[in-house]
Design a protein around this ligand. Sequence first.
Ligand code: PHE
Length: 367
Amino acid sequence: MDYEAERVSAEAAIAGADSLDALEALRVGYLGKAGSISALLKTLGGMSPDQRAADGPRIHALREGVSTALASRKAALEQAALDARLAAERIDLTLPAPQVPRGSVHPVSQVMDELAEIFADLGFAVATGPEIEDGWHNFTALNMPESHPARAMHDTFYFSDKTAEGEDVLLRTHTSPVQIRAMRATGGTQPLRIIAPGRVYRSDSDATHTPMFHQVEGLVIGEGIHLGHLKWTLETFLKAFFERDDIVLRLRPSYFPFTEPSVEVDVGYANSGGRRVVGGNGDDPGHGWMELLGSGMVNRHVLAAGGYDPDQWQGFAFGVGVDRLAMLKYGMNDLRAFFDGDVRWLGHYGFAALDVPTLSGGVGTVA
Ligand code: PHE
Protein backbone atom coordinates (compact mmCIF):
# COMPACT_ATOMS: atom_id res chain seq x y z
CA MET A 1 0.00 0.00 0.00
CA ASP A 2 1.24 3.50 -0.93
CA TYR A 3 0.78 5.28 2.35
CA GLU A 4 2.38 8.43 0.99
CA ALA A 5 -0.08 8.67 -1.91
CA GLU A 6 -2.88 8.01 0.54
CA ARG A 7 -1.63 10.91 2.70
CA VAL A 8 -1.40 13.30 -0.24
CA SER A 9 -4.93 12.54 -1.42
CA ALA A 10 -6.33 12.78 2.13
CA GLU A 11 -4.66 16.13 2.65
CA ALA A 12 -6.06 17.39 -0.64
CA ALA A 13 -9.56 16.30 0.37
CA ILE A 14 -9.17 17.97 3.77
CA ALA A 15 -7.88 21.20 2.24
CA GLY A 16 -10.94 21.18 -0.05
CA ALA A 17 -13.50 20.73 2.77
CA ASP A 18 -15.58 23.90 2.65
CA SER A 19 -17.49 23.58 5.92
CA LEU A 20 -16.98 22.29 9.43
CA ASP A 21 -19.61 19.62 8.75
CA ALA A 22 -17.81 18.39 5.63
CA LEU A 23 -14.55 18.36 7.57
CA GLU A 24 -16.11 16.34 10.37
CA ALA A 25 -17.40 13.80 7.81
CA LEU A 26 -13.84 13.44 6.49
CA ARG A 27 -12.42 13.01 9.99
CA VAL A 28 -14.89 10.23 10.72
CA GLY A 29 -14.04 8.61 7.38
CA TYR A 30 -10.32 8.54 8.19
CA LEU A 31 -9.95 8.39 11.92
CA GLY A 32 -13.38 7.41 13.23
CA LYS A 33 -13.99 3.91 14.69
CA ALA A 34 -14.68 2.51 11.24
CA GLY A 35 -12.39 4.96 9.44
CA SER A 36 -9.90 3.88 6.79
CA ILE A 37 -6.79 4.85 8.75
CA SER A 38 -8.18 3.28 11.90
CA ALA A 39 -8.60 0.09 9.85
CA LEU A 40 -4.98 0.30 8.70
CA LEU A 41 -3.82 0.65 12.30
CA LYS A 42 -5.75 -2.51 13.15
CA THR A 43 -3.85 -4.49 10.47
CA LEU A 44 -0.57 -3.92 12.37
CA GLY A 45 -1.46 -6.67 14.84
CA GLY A 46 -1.63 -9.31 12.11
CA MET A 47 1.69 -8.41 10.46
CA SER A 48 4.99 -10.20 10.75
CA PRO A 49 7.50 -8.36 12.92
CA ASP A 50 9.53 -7.30 9.85
CA GLN A 51 6.55 -6.00 7.97
CA ARG A 52 5.31 -4.20 11.09
CA ALA A 53 8.72 -2.56 11.53
CA ALA A 54 8.50 -1.33 7.96
CA ASP A 55 4.79 -0.35 7.75
CA GLY A 56 4.24 0.75 11.36
CA PRO A 57 6.04 4.10 11.12
CA ARG A 58 4.42 4.80 7.77
CA ILE A 59 0.91 4.17 9.00
CA HIS A 60 1.58 6.33 12.05
CA ALA A 61 3.05 9.05 9.84
CA LEU A 62 -0.10 8.88 7.69
CA ARG A 63 -2.26 9.24 10.77
CA GLU A 64 -0.14 12.14 12.06
CA GLY A 65 -0.28 13.94 8.72
CA VAL A 66 -4.05 13.55 8.44
CA SER A 67 -4.61 14.69 12.07
CA THR A 68 -2.49 17.76 11.55
CA ALA A 69 -4.25 18.61 8.30
CA LEU A 70 -7.66 18.19 9.98
CA ALA A 71 -6.69 20.46 12.88
CA SER A 72 -5.30 23.23 10.72
CA ARG A 73 -8.27 23.11 8.33
CA LYS A 74 -10.61 23.20 11.30
CA ALA A 75 -8.86 26.29 12.71
CA ALA A 76 -9.04 27.98 9.31
CA LEU A 77 -12.75 27.20 8.88
CA GLU A 78 -13.56 28.43 12.40
CA GLN A 79 -11.68 31.64 11.82
CA ALA A 80 -13.53 32.15 8.55
CA ALA A 81 -16.85 31.49 10.30
CA LEU A 82 -16.00 34.05 13.00
CA ASP A 83 -14.95 36.63 10.40
CA ALA A 84 -18.20 36.09 8.53
CA ARG A 85 -20.22 36.52 11.73
CA LEU A 86 -18.36 39.64 12.73
CA ALA A 87 -18.96 41.07 9.30
CA ALA A 88 -22.66 40.19 9.40
CA GLU A 89 -23.49 41.24 12.96
CA ARG A 90 -23.46 44.94 13.46
CA ILE A 91 -24.72 46.99 16.37
CA ASP A 92 -26.62 50.06 15.35
CA LEU A 93 -25.49 52.59 17.92
CA THR A 94 -28.00 55.13 16.65
CA LEU A 95 -30.97 53.05 17.93
CA PRO A 96 -32.63 54.48 21.03
CA ALA A 97 -31.65 52.50 24.15
CA PRO A 98 -34.37 50.38 25.80
CA GLN A 99 -36.26 52.31 28.47
CA VAL A 100 -35.04 51.61 31.99
CA PRO A 101 -37.90 51.80 34.50
CA ARG A 102 -37.34 54.80 36.73
CA GLY A 103 -38.02 54.58 40.45
CA SER A 104 -39.51 57.41 42.46
CA VAL A 105 -39.30 58.68 46.00
CA HIS A 106 -42.34 57.69 48.06
CA PRO A 107 -44.34 60.69 49.32
CA VAL A 108 -43.74 59.56 52.91
CA SER A 109 -39.98 59.69 52.35
CA GLN A 110 -40.32 63.02 50.60
CA VAL A 111 -42.34 64.50 53.47
CA MET A 112 -39.88 63.17 56.05
CA ASP A 113 -37.08 64.86 54.10
CA GLU A 114 -39.08 68.08 54.05
CA LEU A 115 -39.65 67.86 57.80
CA ALA A 116 -35.96 67.25 58.47
CA GLU A 117 -35.14 70.25 56.29
CA ILE A 118 -37.61 72.60 57.95
CA PHE A 119 -36.66 71.59 61.47
CA ALA A 120 -32.95 71.68 60.69
CA ASP A 121 -33.46 75.38 59.92
CA LEU A 122 -34.95 75.70 63.40
CA GLY A 123 -31.98 73.99 65.00
CA PHE A 124 -33.51 70.53 65.46
CA ALA A 125 -31.50 67.34 64.97
CA VAL A 126 -33.08 64.10 63.71
CA ALA A 127 -33.22 61.32 66.31
CA THR A 128 -34.27 57.70 65.87
CA GLY A 129 -35.25 54.81 68.09
CA PRO A 130 -36.09 51.13 67.69
CA GLU A 131 -39.42 50.01 66.23
CA ILE A 132 -39.36 47.01 68.55
CA GLU A 133 -39.65 48.72 71.91
CA ASP A 134 -40.12 47.71 75.49
CA GLY A 135 -43.07 48.63 77.67
CA TRP A 136 -40.98 50.93 79.82
CA HIS A 137 -39.95 53.27 76.99
CA ASN A 138 -43.26 53.07 75.10
CA PHE A 139 -45.52 53.50 78.14
CA THR A 140 -44.16 53.57 81.68
CA ALA A 141 -41.56 56.30 81.20
CA LEU A 142 -44.22 58.31 79.36
CA ASN A 143 -46.34 58.37 82.51
CA MET A 144 -48.50 55.42 81.51
CA PRO A 145 -48.04 52.81 84.24
CA GLU A 146 -49.36 49.29 83.67
CA SER A 147 -52.80 50.07 85.02
CA HIS A 148 -53.19 53.23 82.93
CA PRO A 149 -56.29 53.10 80.71
CA ALA A 150 -54.48 54.91 77.85
CA ARG A 151 -52.28 51.88 77.58
CA ALA A 152 -55.22 49.74 76.55
CA MET A 153 -56.32 52.36 74.01
CA HIS A 154 -53.15 51.97 71.97
CA ASP A 155 -54.12 48.65 70.30
CA THR A 156 -50.60 47.43 70.87
CA PHE A 157 -48.95 44.55 69.02
CA TYR A 158 -47.13 42.54 71.70
CA PHE A 159 -44.44 39.92 71.24
CA SER A 160 -44.61 36.81 73.40
CA ASP A 161 -41.09 37.54 74.76
CA LYS A 162 -40.21 39.71 77.74
CA THR A 163 -37.03 41.71 78.20
CA ALA A 164 -34.39 40.58 80.71
CA GLU A 165 -35.96 43.07 83.13
CA GLY A 166 -39.36 41.46 82.64
CA GLU A 167 -40.73 44.30 80.49
CA ASP A 168 -43.18 43.68 77.65
CA VAL A 169 -41.68 43.63 74.16
CA LEU A 170 -43.88 45.38 71.60
CA LEU A 171 -44.01 47.29 68.34
CA ARG A 172 -43.89 50.94 69.34
CA THR A 173 -47.33 52.52 69.16
CA HIS A 174 -45.97 56.04 68.74
CA THR A 175 -42.67 57.87 68.28
CA SER A 176 -42.84 59.27 71.83
CA PRO A 177 -40.45 56.63 73.28
CA VAL A 178 -37.74 58.40 71.26
CA GLN A 179 -38.31 61.38 73.60
CA ILE A 180 -37.18 59.21 76.50
CA ARG A 181 -34.20 57.78 74.62
CA ALA A 182 -33.05 61.23 73.46
CA MET A 183 -33.37 62.70 76.97
CA ARG A 184 -31.52 59.86 78.63
CA ALA A 185 -28.73 60.11 76.07
CA THR A 186 -27.78 63.58 77.36
CA GLY A 187 -27.68 62.51 80.99
CA GLY A 188 -30.16 65.27 81.82
CA THR A 189 -27.58 68.01 81.47
CA GLN A 190 -28.21 69.67 78.13
CA PRO A 191 -30.99 71.39 76.26
CA LEU A 192 -32.46 69.30 73.48
CA ARG A 193 -34.13 69.98 70.16
CA ILE A 194 -35.00 66.90 68.13
CA ILE A 195 -37.50 65.51 65.71
CA ALA A 196 -37.98 61.77 65.44
CA PRO A 197 -39.70 60.55 62.28
CA GLY A 198 -40.46 56.88 61.84
CA ARG A 199 -42.81 53.92 61.65
CA VAL A 200 -45.32 53.13 64.37
CA TYR A 201 -47.75 50.23 64.73
CA ARG A 202 -51.28 49.79 66.00
CA SER A 203 -53.70 46.94 65.54
CA ASP A 204 -56.18 49.02 63.58
CA SER A 205 -57.21 48.91 59.94
CA ASP A 206 -59.76 50.79 57.82
CA ALA A 207 -59.79 53.51 55.15
CA THR A 208 -57.97 55.99 57.38
CA HIS A 209 -55.98 53.59 59.59
CA THR A 210 -53.30 51.11 58.63
CA PRO A 211 -51.56 48.77 61.11
CA MET A 212 -48.29 50.53 60.29
CA PHE A 213 -48.11 54.27 59.76
CA HIS A 214 -45.64 57.09 60.23
CA GLN A 215 -45.30 59.78 62.85
CA VAL A 216 -42.88 62.55 63.53
CA GLU A 217 -42.21 63.45 67.12
CA GLY A 218 -40.85 66.81 68.17
CA LEU A 219 -39.16 67.49 71.48
CA VAL A 220 -37.60 70.62 72.91
CA ILE A 221 -36.04 70.68 76.37
CA GLY A 222 -34.57 73.82 77.86
CA GLU A 223 -34.77 76.27 80.71
CA GLY A 224 -37.69 78.68 80.56
CA ILE A 225 -39.51 76.87 77.74
CA HIS A 226 -43.24 77.64 77.70
CA LEU A 227 -46.39 77.11 75.67
CA GLY A 228 -45.65 80.18 73.53
CA HIS A 229 -42.55 78.45 72.16
CA LEU A 230 -44.68 75.46 71.23
CA LYS A 231 -47.28 77.58 69.43
CA TRP A 232 -44.68 79.58 67.50
CA THR A 233 -42.77 76.45 66.51
CA LEU A 234 -45.88 74.68 65.23
CA GLU A 235 -47.05 77.75 63.30
CA THR A 236 -43.63 78.27 61.74
CA PHE A 237 -43.33 74.59 60.88
CA LEU A 238 -46.80 74.34 59.31
CA LYS A 239 -46.42 77.55 57.29
CA ALA A 240 -43.14 76.26 55.88
CA PHE A 241 -44.52 72.79 55.27
CA PHE A 242 -47.70 73.85 53.48
CA GLU A 243 -45.87 76.73 51.83
CA ARG A 244 -48.48 79.33 52.74
CA ASP A 245 -48.69 82.15 55.25
CA ASP A 246 -52.41 81.91 55.98
CA ILE A 247 -52.10 78.85 58.22
CA VAL A 248 -54.40 79.39 61.20
CA LEU A 249 -54.15 77.11 64.20
CA ARG A 250 -56.73 76.46 66.89
CA LEU A 251 -55.33 75.12 70.14
CA ARG A 252 -57.72 73.07 72.26
CA PRO A 253 -57.09 71.74 75.77
CA SER A 254 -56.68 68.01 75.64
CA TYR A 255 -55.16 65.12 77.54
CA PHE A 256 -52.06 63.01 77.00
CA PRO A 257 -50.41 61.24 79.94
CA PHE A 258 -46.99 62.50 78.86
CA THR A 259 -47.82 66.21 78.53
CA GLU A 260 -49.31 68.68 80.98
CA PRO A 261 -50.99 70.80 79.89
CA SER A 262 -51.86 69.01 76.66
CA VAL A 263 -52.94 70.80 73.54
CA GLU A 264 -54.72 69.37 70.54
CA VAL A 265 -54.00 71.45 67.46
CA ASP A 266 -56.55 71.97 64.70
CA VAL A 267 -55.75 73.68 61.41
CA GLY A 268 -58.19 75.75 59.35
CA TYR A 269 -59.00 74.49 55.86
CA ALA A 270 -61.13 75.52 52.91
CA ASN A 271 -63.54 73.20 51.13
CA SER A 272 -62.47 73.23 47.51
CA GLY A 273 -64.53 70.99 45.24
CA GLY A 274 -64.87 68.28 47.90
CA ARG A 275 -61.17 68.50 48.76
CA ARG A 276 -59.79 69.99 51.93
CA VAL A 277 -57.15 72.61 51.25
CA VAL A 278 -55.20 73.66 54.32
CA GLY A 279 -55.25 77.39 54.98
CA GLY A 280 -57.53 80.14 56.23
CA ASN A 281 -59.53 80.57 59.39
CA GLY A 282 -61.67 77.51 60.08
CA ASP A 283 -64.49 79.73 61.32
CA ASP A 284 -64.84 81.58 57.99
CA PRO A 285 -67.64 80.57 55.58
CA GLY A 286 -66.68 77.59 53.41
CA HIS A 287 -64.02 76.66 55.94
CA GLY A 288 -63.64 74.18 58.76
CA TRP A 289 -61.21 72.93 61.39
CA MET A 290 -59.48 69.62 61.27
CA GLU A 291 -57.52 67.92 63.95
CA LEU A 292 -53.86 67.77 62.99
CA LEU A 293 -51.64 66.91 65.92
CA GLY A 294 -51.21 66.33 69.62
CA SER A 295 -48.82 68.32 71.74
CA GLY A 296 -48.17 69.85 75.12
CA MET A 297 -45.64 70.73 77.76
CA VAL A 298 -43.56 67.71 78.78
CA ASN A 299 -45.01 66.20 81.96
CA ARG A 300 -42.79 66.43 85.05
CA HIS A 301 -42.83 62.64 85.42
CA VAL A 302 -41.59 62.28 81.86
CA LEU A 303 -38.78 64.79 82.42
CA ALA A 304 -37.76 62.83 85.50
CA ALA A 305 -37.91 59.50 83.63
CA GLY A 306 -35.70 61.10 80.98
CA GLY A 307 -33.16 62.03 83.65
CA TYR A 308 -33.95 65.76 83.80
CA ASP A 309 -34.67 67.70 86.97
CA PRO A 310 -38.25 68.96 86.43
CA ASP A 311 -37.63 71.91 88.74
CA GLN A 312 -34.91 73.17 86.43
CA TRP A 313 -35.93 72.03 82.95
CA GLN A 314 -39.09 72.43 80.94
CA GLY A 315 -40.00 71.29 77.48
CA PHE A 316 -42.66 70.83 74.88
CA ALA A 317 -43.43 67.89 72.63
CA PHE A 318 -45.67 67.15 69.69
CA GLY A 319 -46.59 64.20 67.52
CA VAL A 320 -47.99 64.33 63.98
CA GLY A 321 -49.02 61.69 61.45
CA VAL A 322 -46.60 61.93 58.54
CA ASP A 323 -48.91 60.07 56.16
CA ARG A 324 -51.68 62.51 56.98
CA LEU A 325 -49.39 65.47 56.33
CA ALA A 326 -48.48 63.97 52.96
CA MET A 327 -52.15 63.41 52.07
CA LEU A 328 -53.05 66.98 52.96
CA LYS A 329 -50.16 68.52 51.09
CA TYR A 330 -50.19 66.35 47.98
CA GLY A 331 -53.90 65.56 47.70
CA MET A 332 -54.17 61.79 48.12
CA ASN A 333 -57.34 60.55 49.75
CA ASP A 334 -56.79 56.87 50.53
CA LEU A 335 -54.18 56.03 53.13
CA ARG A 336 -54.12 52.36 52.16
CA ALA A 337 -52.73 53.20 48.71
CA PHE A 338 -49.59 54.44 50.47
CA PHE A 339 -48.63 50.89 51.34
CA ASP A 340 -49.94 48.93 48.33
CA GLY A 341 -46.67 49.29 46.40
CA ASP A 342 -48.60 49.92 43.16
CA VAL A 343 -46.05 51.31 40.70
CA ARG A 344 -48.74 53.32 38.91
CA TRP A 345 -49.56 55.14 42.17
CA LEU A 346 -45.87 55.63 42.87
CA GLY A 347 -45.33 56.91 39.35
CA HIS A 348 -48.11 59.43 39.84
CA TYR A 349 -47.47 60.59 43.40
CA GLY A 350 -43.77 59.77 43.74
CA PHE A 351 -40.99 62.32 43.49
CA ALA A 352 -37.94 62.30 41.25
CA ALA A 353 -34.86 61.16 43.13
CA LEU A 354 -33.15 64.49 42.72
CA ASP A 355 -36.14 66.59 43.75
CA VAL A 356 -34.80 68.75 46.52
CA PRO A 357 -37.33 69.12 49.32
CA THR A 358 -39.23 72.35 48.93
CA LEU A 359 -38.90 75.33 51.27
CA SER A 360 -36.27 76.02 53.83
CA GLY A 361 -35.41 79.69 53.40
CA GLY A 362 -37.69 82.28 54.96
CA VAL A 363 -37.96 80.28 58.17
CA GLY A 364 -36.69 82.07 61.24
CA THR A 365 -34.72 80.40 63.99
CA VAL A 366 -35.65 79.81 67.60
CA ALA A 367 -34.12 82.63 69.61
N1 PHE B 1 -47.80 60.22 71.04
C1 PHE B 1 -49.09 60.85 70.77
C2 PHE B 1 -49.90 59.95 69.86
O1 PHE B 1 -49.37 59.07 69.26
C3 PHE B 1 -48.92 62.18 70.10
C4 PHE B 1 -48.25 63.20 71.02
C5 PHE B 1 -46.88 63.32 70.99
C6 PHE B 1 -48.98 64.02 71.84
C7 PHE B 1 -46.25 64.26 71.80
C8 PHE B 1 -48.38 64.94 72.65
C9 PHE B 1 -47.03 65.06 72.63
O2 PHE B 1 -51.09 60.11 69.74
